[in-house]
Structures are given as structure tokens and as C-alpha cells.
Ligand binder design. Structure first.
Ligand SMILES: NC(=O)c1ccc[n+]([C@@H]2O[C@H](COP(=O)([O-])OP(=O)(O)OC[C@H]3O[C@@H](n4cnc5c(N)ncnc54)[C@H](O)[C@@H]3O)[C@@H](O)[C@H]2O)c1
Length: 321
């Protein structure tokens, strides 16, 4: 199978390409990535002789067509940082909505066998209790989640209108190796390792369900092979934690004092809690591989051992809050 992974030089894309090469050595993997600030060719450096890497933009049909025929498309490419979407929503609408449209058109014309749209739990919005099911209405809060919701609607419309075999995955917050240090967990780890203050929005009471990236890759792979066209699959571990508790855990794992926690002005429209019902993906045979603490410990160790990966980013984005 020839598999196109868009956004394969970003955080989850990089981990997914590694997953494909490890578990499906006979498949051909093509990465299409614009290499924005979040996409780094060096993430795939050791794999470049085993994959085809194309630098290109999913919003440009010519770049997408340059990839050639493929059997499956997984669209990880997106602008992904909520704070950036609040200061500049335009690029989110362009990449996340228009880029998805270009890929769907390509998939339709080329009669691609499977199209997996990688979405997020943020499209459902926030809720204080209970969990969202795949059939619940979308109620996004930020320009990021609204753009992702637009892409989800388009993808499902292509299934209904053109019979395009589309599946959607909506996962909770991922963490693990290669995550760009503007997202909460790498910000906390790197700042703790450097003995710098850990910025926490408001009181830190916002709750997220944390999913180790390898577990997400396993689930996405399952949807690729066993997902039913036209269906949405929620992916989450059920490991809900308050941001403040995640910060405390990182400090304890790095041997730093809790006095490093610094509360900063909250993000506008900050969703209080995301929570997903994962019955459907579990019915496909998926379950998370390890508990949150163990996966967080592995992640802390990865950042400890890969200073050369994040050090060049210091001063650019690390812990910009
Ligand atoms: N990180 C999370 O916690 C999380 C949770 C749920 C869903 N998601 C979704 O998973 C996907 C991947 O997220 P991530 O955290 O790896 O993101 P990321 O920001 O780390 O990487 C995004 C990648 O997309 C590429 N890209 C951006 N615009 C592009 C364009 N126009 N054309 C081609 N490539 C482009 C970037 O260069 C980068 O490599 C996204 O669709 C995101 O919405 C992420």
C-alpha cells in the first residue's frame, strides 16, 4: 500500500511515520509537509532513505498532485496551536479547512481507497461532567477548533455526497517525543529541566484527557485498516488531569520545587474540560498501552536525552505564554 501522510514532519505525524515503518515494513510511506515552524525535517532525518519526503503545501493542488497516486491518505497537516489561532485565525482557516478540501478533492479524483481525517476533541467544545460521543453536535470555542470542525463537516460531506471512504479520528491531548515546545507538556518539561518558572494559565484547574502519542498512532492505524467509511472515532485514554497536577508531576519527576509554578493570565475562551466516550474505538479492539505517569516519565526522559532537538528552539517559542 502507498500511504500519504500529510504533516508527517510534525509531532504526531513523525510518530505515526515511525509507527508505520515499524509495523508495516512492506508499505510505502510518502510524507507531504510544508515545514512550517512546527514541521522539522530533522524529525525524520534517520528515516529519509526509507520514505519519500515531499516539501509542499496541502492548500496548493499542484503540490498535492505532485505526490502521485496513493492508496490511503492520512491528513495530519494543520495549524494546531490554539493561542496562535487567537492572534491570527486566517492561516488556520486556510490550512485546516481549505487544505482539507484540496486533499478531499484529490482523493475523490484519484479514487483513493481510504481517507483518514485527523481531528480533535476540541471540536465538541467544553463540558463539566460526562463525555462526548461521536454523534454529539460540534460546538468549537477557538478559531483552531472551529477550523477543525469545518474540516470534519467537509470530510463527512464528501462521504455522503461522493461516497468517498472517509473516516475521522478525534483524539484528546497528545504528548510524547517530538512535540513542539509551545504545547503544555513539553513547555513544562523543558522549563523544569532548565529550572525556569513553569507558566500555568489561571489557577491551572482546566482538565485534559492525556493520550500518549504512541497509543494514538495505534488507534489511527486501526481506523485506517478497520474503520468503517463515514464513521468518526473518538480516541482518549480516560486519564483526566488538571493542568496544575500535570505541572506538579513534571516537577517531581525532574526533582524541581513546586515554587517554580507561576500563574499567568488565562487564555480567552479557555475550555474548562474535554472528555470523550471511547466505546467505538475500544470496540474496534484498541486500548491505551500504558498509564499516564509511566508515559509521562518516558516523555520526560526523551526530552532529557534529546536536548539537541529542543535547544535550538529556545528563545523562539519555548514557554511563550
Ligand atoms: N497535538 C495534539 O494534542 C492533538 C490532539 C488532537 C488532534 N490533533 C491533530 O493532529 C494533527 C497533528 O497535530 P500535531 O500536534 O502533530 O501538529 P504539529 O503542529 O506538531 O504539526 C503540524 C504539521 O503540519 C505541517 N503543516 C502545516 N501547514 C501545512 C500545510 N499547509 N501543508 C502541509 N503541511 C502543513 C507542519 O509543517 C507540521 O509538520 C493535527 O491535525 C491536529 O489538529 C493534535
Amino acid at each position: 500500500m502507498r500511504i500519504l501522510v500529510t504533516g508527517g514532519a510534525g509531532f504526531i505525524g513523525t510518530n505515526f511515520v515511525r509507527h508505520l515503518l515499524a509495523y508495516r515494513p512492506d508499505d510505502e510511506v510518502v510524507v507531504l509537509d510544508k515545514l512550517t515552524y512546527a514541521g522539522r525535517r530533522e524529525n525524520l532525518q534517520d528515516l529519509l532513505d526509507r520514505i519519500t519526503f515531499v516539501k509542499g503545501d496541502i492548500t496548493h493542488p499542484r503540490d498535492v498532485h505532485a505526490v502521485g497516486p496513493c492508496d490511503a491518505i492520512l491528513n495530519f497537516a494543520a495549524e494546531t496551536h490554539v493561542d496562535r489561532s487567537i492572534t491570527d485565525a486566517g492561516v488556520f482557516v486556510r490550512t485546516d479547512v481549505l487544505g482539507t478540501h484540496v486533499l478531499l478533492e484529490y482523493a475523490r479524483r484519484m479514487e483513493v481507497g481510504t481517507y483518514v481525517q485527523i481531528s480533535t476533541d476540541e471540536v465538541y467544545g467544553s463540558r463539566e461532567t460526562g463525555s462526548f460521543r461521536e454523534t454529539d453536535a460540534l460546538d468549537p470555542s477557538s478559531p483552531y477548533s472551529a477550523s477543525k470542525a469545518g474540516a470534519d463537516h467537509l470530510a463527512l460531506a464528501y462521504f455522503k455526497t461522493y461516497d468517498l471512504p472517509v473516516c475521522i479520528t478525534r483524539s484528546s491531548n497528545n504528548f510524547g517525543p517530538y512535540q513542539y515546545p509551545e504545547k503544555l507538556i513539553p513547555v513544562l518539561i523543558i522549563r523544569a529541566l532548565r529550572e525556569e518558572p513553569l507558566p500555568i494559565y489561571g489557577k491551572g484547574e482546566n482538565v485534559r484527557d492525556w493520550l500518549y502519542v504512541e497509543d494514538n498512532c495505534t488507534a489511527v492505524d486501526l481506523v485506517l485498516t478497520k474503520g468503517k467509511p463515514g464513521q468518526v472515532y473518538n480516541i482518549a485514554s480516560g486519564e483526566e488531569r488538571r493542568n496544575i497536577d500535570v505541572a506538579r508531576l513534571v516537577l517531581s519527576m525532574t526533582g524541581r520545587p513546586e515554587t517554580l509554578i507561576t500563574h499567568v493570565t488565562d487564555r480567552p475562551g479557555h475550555d474548562y474540560r474535554y472528555s470523550l466516550d471511547t466505546t467505538k474505538i475500544r470496540d474496534l479492539g484498541w486500548k491505551p498501552g500504558q498509564g499516564f505517569e509511566k508515559a509521562l516519565d518516558r516523555t520526560v526522559n526523551w526530552y532529557r536525552q534529546n536536548e539537541g532537538w529542543w535547544m535550538p528552539l529556545i528563545g523562539r517559542d519555548v514557554a511563550r505564554r
